[in-house]
Design a protein around this ligand. Structure first.
Ligand SMILES: Cc1ncc(COP(=O)(O)O)c(C=O)c1O
Length: 424
């Protein structure tokens, strides 16, 4: 793909960058529809990670020898690239962590230590991943803090208008997912941020399922925190991002502290005197995942080169095709779908059950045809229970390298499964 300019996205050209698609399982090509769990990695990212170990491996910000200077520069540049990718002010607003879960937990520590006190409340929603639910209830049980839940309507859409009814001037944080990892619905986080800020509350957006797929601009969204994972956006595992608005970071004490986070440490008569490092390094104590950060930056460059608008448009086309094919084959009537099937404000995530079949059984049968989907609760059990799906669901999640042809295979596979079920 290098040196070729994309105006429109060519999934076949893109696929040629992904070595895993050369693999066959049981003589069948892999149809990878489990992108919400993790994405595949292009050669460019794999090469960037292995290239770091082959040419630059050294610790960062700890040595003045040549290798360390080079590694530090690459690591710092990775922050700048990610800042550009999400429209942040600069590297100072980008904290590298392990994943979305760690990023959200870091915000929970920050909120718990610096922002919230007894009698305050936090708002989250029923459509959250467990990672954006459990940390808030933990604060609640420790600190006499109320957690309020914003609900969904019968179509599975977030009832943002009801936010006005549950928010008050003691609300300190609204923690909301940008895109549901089960329903694929996109939430209007800009509108949520407007309401939150009117009441003096901060907004944390879980961008795990949006950042890889649509153009993101944190300044335009006017949010305070954004959490996302590298591994869902073509990057390596073990590297994720927490964006924090600089004015907030300036005021905060880092929850994790130690080597790399400080400039000076003096042992005085009254204990330790420390001078914290500049932003963002004071929030990245300890040796970070340097190779992962470099791989993540390469992934962001890869996505930017294709263009996030092109990616979004292509995925919209894939999703509409999937919904259309399900409709015209009559399959849609046989499925119980979580959320609605409207193409409006949604990404390529589609969850369902097939008749009375256990979701894991459906996933296993799809796997026989080389199709990888996720089955279970997708770490969103309260949402499943709310919608009456007590045994979980099957989830199809698409990305830029998927094709219309693969969707046709999926439709054929579903037909086969239905026929087999009817004949047993
Ligand atoms: C919406 C959402 N939030 C958070 C997470 C957690 O991501 P990670 O496992 O990378 O921490 C996921 C992962 O599936 C997700 O879809």
């Amino acid at each position: 793909m290098e040196n070729r300019l994309f105006h429109m996205l060519d999934p076949y050209l893109i696929r040629s960058d992904f070595p895993i698609f050369n693999r066959e399982i049981n003589g069948k090509k892999i149809i990878y529809f489990d992108n919400a769990a993790t994405s595949q990695k292009p050669r460019q990212v794999i090469d960037a990670v292995s290239g770091f170990y082959q040419k630059y491996n050294s610790n960062i910000h700890r040595g003045i020898h040549h290798l360390s200077m080079e590694a530090s520069k690459l690591y710092e540049e990775a922050h700048e690239i990610i800042a550009r990718f999400i429209g942040a002010k600069g590297a100072e607003e980008i904290i590298f962590v392990r994943n979305t879960t760690e990023a959200i937990n870091l915000v929970a520590y920050i909120v718990s230590d610096n922002i919230i006190s007894s009698g305050d409340n936090i708002i989250t929603t029923i459509m959250e991943h467990h990672s954006n639910l459990i940390p808030w209830f933990r604060i609640s049980s420790k600190k006499n803090v109320d957690v309020r839940i914003l609900n969904i309507d019968s179509n599975g859409r977030l009832m943002i208008d009801e936010l006005e009814d549950i928010i008050d001037d003691n609300t300190r944080l609204i923690a909301v997912t940008h895109v549901s990892n089960v329903l694929g619905h996109i939430n209007d986080v800009k509108k949520i941020a407007k309401i939150a800020h009117r009441h003096g509350a901060y907004v944390l957006v879980d961008g795990a399922q949006s950042v890889p797929h649509i153009p993101i601009n944190v300044k335009d969204m006017d949010i305070d925190f954004l959490a996302f994972s590298g591994h869902k956006m073509l990057g390596p595992t073990g590297i994720g991002v927490l964006y924090v608005r600089q004015e907030i970071l300036d005021e905060l004490d880092p929850p994790i502290i130690g080597g790399g986070a400080v400039k000076e440490v003096h042992l005085g008569e009254r204990g330790l005197n420390i001078r914290l490092h500049d932003l963002p390094w004071r929030f990245e104590a300890g040796t970070p995942n340097i190779a992962g950060a470099i791989g993540l930056a390469e992934a962001a460059k890869y996505l930017m080169k294709i263009g996030m608008n092109n990616i979004m448009q292509y995925e919209e086309e894939l999703t509409q095709y999937l919904l259309k094919r399900l409709e015209e084959t009559g399959l849609l009537n046989m499925l119980r779908v979580l959320g609605d099937t409207s193409p409006r404000d949604r990404l390529g995530i589609f969850s369902f059950t097939l008749g009375r079949m256990d979701p894991h059984a459906t996933a296993l049968l799809l796997s026989e045809d080389g199709i990888a989907v996720r089955s279970g609760y997708h770490c969103a059990q309260p949402l499943h229970e709310k919608l009456g799906f007590r045994s979980g669901s099957v989830r199809v999640s698409l990305y830029l390298y998927n094709t219309l042809e693969e969707i046709d295979h999926f439709i054929e596979s579903l037909k086969r499964i239905l026929l087999e079920v009817r004949n047993t």
